[in-house]
Design a protein around this ligand. Structure first.
Ligand code: 3PG
Length: 322
């Protein structure tokens, strides 16, 4: 088998691959660990989104695996270190969806600032409540961008285009780096410094042991009272119970979440019932353009891999070793 696809992945780029290579596509395979282990033992390439847990154990049972094509940018479901030590290249087009994710973050800011979802609900219910839908402007407000990578940097630039003052926190970014110069942000040494100034907080962090539940009771109490909180990164970076407390106590004015700790959430909870909370089903990268760029880039790398050429979008080491 050339390519094993263990999640729902459909696109013209995959259809083209299937014309040349032997592809086994099982959209629910990520939920069937025994079958996944059996099939991966024969696969040369694995293609995934973020649901397949590509663990060390799974990789050890994949002696023919040359590489993994991640159709997306979050890498928290793949044991990158183990893949590297086994000589398995991981390809993920890290630039492919930054614009789409950043545009959703700005959309959330506008939705919260101008109460667009509430105004929509109220108007469709037959009301004409102009005063009740009074909002605030983004211009002149301070935006704190947490995580100044490709997506965070784009959010910072878009925020500045709206006339916002942008502050940022990212322990991996230096004050003299290009992203700081180009996005015109004030880089803070501590996250609390950025949060204390923020009218809007936008999170763009990967899910790692260090960022797990980083946004909890203590970070929310360090945030400027009345701020809006936006997360389009990973649900694991937020303690949802602490977020709910911060919203119910009025510490935060509102929140927008595209990502949740459990996806989909097991049941409708209190967050779902708050009118100042906007929720979407992990759609930040779901635009026609971002999906096309992502699929095309991953498919091209899979072809390179299967025809013995080095992949372009490798994220774990320089050259495939198998
Ligand atoms: C990403 O990590 O690229 C986005 O969160 C989209 O993830 P997906 O692979 O589940 O679509």
């Amino acid at each position: 088998m050339d390519i094993l696809i263990s999640e729902e992945l459909r696109a013209p780029a995959i259809e083209r691959l299937a014309k040349t290579y032997q592809v086994v596509a099982e959209p629910k395979l990520w939920q069937q660990p025994d079958k996944l282990r059996a099939l991966i033992a024969e696969a040369r390439v694995l293609m995934v989104r973020n649901q397949t847990q590509v663990t060390a154990e799974l990789l050890h049972g994949a002696p023919k695996l040359l590489g993994i094509g991640r159709v997306g940018v979050g890498l928290d479901n793949i044991d990158l270190g183990r893949a590297s030590s086994l000589g398995i290249v991981v390809a993920a087009p890290l630039n492919a969806n930054a614009t789409s994710v950043a545009e959703l973050a700005l959309g959330f800011m506008l939705a919260l600032a101008r109460k667009i979802p509430e105004a929509d609900r109220s108007t469709k219910a037959g009301n004409w409540d102009r005063k009740g839908c009074t909002g605030i402007e983004l211009a002149g407000k301070t935006l704190a961008v947490c995580g100044l990578g490709r997506i965070g940097g784009t959010v910072a630039r878009l925020g500045r285009a709206f006339g916002m003052r942008v502050v940022a926190f990212d322990p991996f970014v230096k004050a003299d780096s290009a992203v700081v110069r180009e996005s015109g942000v004030l880089l803070c040494g501590r996250i609390e410094e950025a949060l204390a100034m923020a009218d809007f907080v936008s999170v763009h962090l990967p899910s790692t042991p260090e960022t797990r539940r980083l946004f909890g009771a203590s970070t929310f109490s360090a945030t400027k009272p009345g701020a809006y909180f936006i997360n389009t990164s990973r649900g694991a970076v937020v303690d949802e119970a602490a977020l709910l407390d911060a919203l119910q106590s009025g510490r935060l004015a509102g929140a927008a979440l595209d990502v949740r700790e459990f996806e989909p959430p097991a049941a409708r909870g209190a967050l779902e019932s708050l009118s100042n909370v906007v929720l979407t089903p992990h759609i930040a990268a779901f635009t026609v353009e971002a999906q096309e760029r992502t699929f095309e880039a991953v498919a091209a790398d899979v072809e390179r891999l299967l025809s013995g050429q080095p992949v372009l979008n490798f994220v774990n080491f320089d050259r495939p070793k198998r």
